[in-house]
Design a protein around this ligand. Structure first.
Ligand code: HEM
Length: 452
């Protein structure tokens, strides 16, 4: 009908009634390279704030070969990620999609995405996660024991902890007969995530793709063994296997690799920031320790010593410290979408094919929503933030299904950490590094040991 109408009006199929609208303000930089250099050579945070001050909450730029519109208002983020999500599809570099697997949840829209989301949420909802407390606690206790008395790179060690928690929540505690091999293959795959996509022997990308095939073979064996025993939806693997649509091994593998990818660096960077913020604020650390000591004192010797879901829910102050860390560090400064057609927003045209980036960090650091935003102040979360102003886990159809697990693994770790261990920062140098998530400089080397 549209093409007939266009013919009748003698308009070209590329005609869009929105053409009359102006593009958002902003500058596109140099031909092709755009402003990529300014964004990546400087601190991207400074770049976004500078642009927002100059042009307001909607502005255009050009980076990595793509024209982009950046949006730094809560309403704009909601428009793109939630209310008009169908007009904006998720978009990733093709090489990343190849490494994670084309059928993983991140890259989907429509019915297949809905199915995956239901299955992933079934495994990671609060209702499912409450049964994972013991598994996460055993992983945390083991990790802390291995760091005792050592100088560690906090970020690297927290990546290892987050990986082990991800395995517990994906496979339960029995299926992982090849943990070490799985780990080595995943780590090799990860080394290629941000490499140049050149698939020639000797390149990081080539090694990563080879490791991915190895990983896929291991996952197929695990799936086959689970199939023999009968899959139950008590963990992610069970949930992906036990559903009316019978996902293929490839679909299951892509989503397992995808979940590890989503779970690992994110949680590790947040824990690393938390270690830093608490070490820099002895009074706050004391208050958190007291909250955790009280939970410990309330337990009887022996069986009751393990943490329960009720204990987790009592960790109110520690939860607020976690929330404030998510806000202050804003480890995901922004996310990417792509306009699937010309879209009108606030009187501007966002052309089809342009990238659209909601800027989480700018919203989290706006004094309009978080007074004195540079101050680390968990008490601000005693009051619920205004709608769409606090989005560390995104918003809408692609928002993070792993938020409950992330919170659980942080709270459990800090329970044991504050009640039994002490840690100190060993570098005076402060600053932020992008890896690609924001992390403290040099991954935050710390010394950790049992309390006397
Ligand atoms: C503190 C740690 C974490 C943070 C800050 C975080 C943040 C986010 C954000 C902002 C998104 C949305 C991205 C977008 O809209 O483009 C997202 C998506 C996602 N996250 Fe997380 N995440 C964390 C931990 C986890 C964990 C532990 C898991 C796994 C259990 C997980 C699994 C996922 C998945 C599968 C998606 C994609 C959902 C979809 O496309 O429908 N995340 N995460």
């Amino acid at each position: 009908f549209r093409s007939k109408l266009l013919q009748a009006l003698k308009l070209s199929p590329s005609f869009s009634p929105l053409r009359r609208l102006p593009l958002p303000p902003g500058s596109m930089g140099w031909p092709y390279i755009g402003e990529t250099f300014q964004i990546y050579s400087k601190n991207p945070i400074a770049f976004f704030s500078h642009k927002q001050k100059r042009y307001g909450p909607v502005f255009k730029t050009h980076m990595l070969g793509c024209p982009c519109v950046m949006i730094s208002s809560p309403e704009g983020a909601k428009f793109v990620l939630s209310t008009q999500a169908k007009l904006f599809k998720p978009t990733f570099p093709a090489s990343k999609e190849r490494m994670i697997g084309h059928q993983a949840i991140f890259f989907q829209q429509g019915p297949y995405h809905n199915l995956l989301r239901r299955l992933v949420l079934r495994a990671f909802s609060a209702e499912a996660i409450r049964h994972k407390v013991a598994g996460v606690e055993a992983t945390a206790v083991e990790a802390l024991r291995s760091w005792d008395g050592r100088l560690i790179n906090a970020y690297q060690e927290m990546k290892s902890y987050a990986f082990n928690v991800a395995l517990v929540s994906i496979f339960g505690r029995e299926d992982i007969f090849c943990t070490e091999e799985l780990k080595q293959s995943y780590y090799a795959l990860e080394r290629g995530y941000n490499s140049m996509p050149i698939n020639l022997p000797g390149t990081l990308f080539h090694d990563a793709m080879r490791s991915r095939r190895r990983l896929e073979r291991m996952l197929s064996e695990i799936i086959a063994s689970r199939r023999q025993r009968g899959a139950e939806a008590t963990d992610l693997l069970g949930s992906l296997m036990d559903n009316e649509k019978s996902l293929s091994d490839e679909q299951i593998s892509d989503n397992i690799i995808g979940v590890i990818f989503a779970a690992r660096d994110t949680t590790a960077s947040v824990i690393t920031w938390l270690l830093k913020y608490l070490a820099e604020d002895p009074k706050l650390l004391e208050a958190v320790t007291e909250e955790q000591e009280e939970i410990r004192r309330s337990k009887r010797e022996g069986e009751d010593e393990c943490l329960t879901w009720d204990d987790i829910r009592k960790m109110q102050l520690t939860s607020r410290v976690f929330q404030e860390t998510l806000r202050a560090a804003s480890i995901l400064s922004f996310t990417f979408r792509e306009a699937v057609e010309d879209v009108e927003y606030e009187g501007y045209r966002i052309p089809k094919g342009w990238k659209v980036m909601p800027l989480f960090r700018n919203i989290h650091h706006s004094p309009d929503f978080f007074p004195n935003p540079q101050k680390f102040d968990p008490s601000r979360f005693e009051v619920t933030p205004k709608p769409n102003t606090f989005m560390p886990f995104g918003n809408g159809v692609h928002s993070c299904p792993g938020n409950e697990l992330a919170k659980l693994e942080v709270l459990v770790l800090f329970h044991h950490l504050t009640t039994k261990y002490r840690w100190s920062l060993t570098e005076s140098k402060s600053g932020v590094q992008f890896s690609p998530f924001a992390i403290p400089m040099n991954g935050l080397p710390i010394r950790l040991s049992l309390k006397a």
